[in-house]
Design a protein around this ligand. Sequence first.
Ligand code: C2E
Length: 550
Amino acid sequence: MTAQNKGFGDDASTGTEPLKMPADTALSESAASPRLRDSASRSLASRPLIWLAAAAFSVVGALFGWWVAERLDQARTATLIDQSTQRVLERLDDIIGEALDVFDSLAARGHAHCSEAQIQDMRTLLFEARYLRDIGGVRGYSLYCSTALGSLEEPYHSTAPPLRLDGGIGLRTDRTVLASAKLRSMVVERGDFNALVDSRQVIDLVTGLDQAHIEVAVASDSPRQWLPFSLLTRPDNGVFRSRPESRAQCSEQTGICARIRLGLSKPAATGATHAVIAGLGGALGGSLFMIAVSLWRQRNTPERALRQALKEGWIRPAYQPIVTLPGRKLAAFEALARWKNERGQTVPADQFIPLAESQGLIREVSAVMIRSIGEELGDWLAAQPQLRLTLNISPDELSDPSLVGQIERHLLARGIQPGQIVLEITERTMLAGEASRASIERLAAMGLTLFADDFGVGYCGLAYLNELDIHGIKICQQLTAAVATDSPKAVLVPRVTEMARELGLEVVIEGVETQEQRDALAALEPVLVQGWLFAREVDAEQLKRLYEDR
Ligand SMILES: Nc1nc2c(ncn2[C@@H]2O[C@@H]3COP(=O)(O)O[C@H]4[C@@H](O)[C@H](n5cnc6c(=O)[nH]c(N)nc65)O[C@@H]4COP(=O)(O)O[C@H]3[C@H]2O)c(=O)[nH]1
């Protein structure tokens, strides 16, 4: 048998090595043990990263906002173009219709072309007209008379009209006329007559659109030749922003088509609207991200992680041997809660037990511990009546009636003797008043063994403990750490041990880590010790093997 599998084989006097657990099976805290918060929210990004991500989301939100603003603007513009084009087309129909009616009336009256009588008829009809500004008499492409100019001495010669509709109707757009150099006019011609219309009658129908340019064409032409309806608003560089070809509308009545195109530059208001919506999008993106982070963080609070660990069975008992000196024989073992997270890392008890206590989850931890211990060691321990099992009891649990029920159901019912079960209660709990005193008495009356845990950290004297139904003390690691040092506290462990014995209290010395400490404790033998010098915590199967190989 090797020094190792001799288990707790003797001490320095025999030169045996301390018990060492294989690295892959030892359950002790390792250097890689994660902090509890790491375990709870392991991938929680650092703050600068979060801010960076929030900024990225803001940028994405702003771009999205800009895109939405652009879409909204395009949709609004398309609607305005459609409505304006419709109005323009209806007005052109009305104008052409009115001009043709006037031409028909003049022809029907039968006066000589450009005679005084005809010019008078023209003036009367003009007065009654809604859209027409001037009516003239033409022959070919030459003007001979008009309501504004009267009878011309010399005819005014022109060229063929650029738009030819069915029925011999000619259309000219953006004409400067003899009657006024300022006015841009549209001219409707047929047969011996023409009529002038102020372009504003049509242009003014386009509302809500900046830099709108109306163009007209003949529906039956292929390809259509689009003529600007008014040069007044044409963009300087002739470049257009909108592609309205598909938005052209044509009249069945006159066979004329109209479309509206927009200049390249957008009004400043559009840019401002875009900036506001993009800003809102950015703020929304950033806020949504931060809300998501905060929700995610809430989901990953240590408390939530602990609840999940309890539910998933990630909290399990580990067992640290308590051995005799001399001899290093297994006399007892302390059950210590261990939380092995999804990544197989072990979260030590001193990190999550205080959390469980503060969150009211400690009873659930104990329930899990006692049930698991019963399942994996209950029958075995019942067959080893000389071995003791030590359980940690938190202040809240002392008066908890379910604790007794669980001990009975999972441990005593399997045949473990009550005296084999040691409940470690902290000094602080013992001092908590009458209620704890009564609970201690009740547990002692059941035959359970009660120890004051971490004796020496604090508060009460041995004499006080002796008044309670306490069977022993576990001397805390802080006192043990002073053993075999120059510290004045070095004498405390021997003194406390002797005094406890005088009062009939058992003693376990916890936290023995060095050979020097072990040597110094030789004077107190026989004594029970616990510490990494002898063994770290192991799982149930390893514990059984250690006991059987002793
Ligand atoms: N430095 C050093 N440490 C040593 C040495 N030998 C043992 N230890 C550690 O000392 C602690 C002994 O448990 P404790 O004093 O009852 O202190 C326990 C106990 O108060 C509490 N605890 C552990 N398990 C449970 C449990 O199931 N229920 C309750 N209520 N409390 C528990 O958490 C405390 C810390 O437990 P652990 O982190 O497991 O830490 C354990 C153990 O790993 C050593 O030589 N050197």
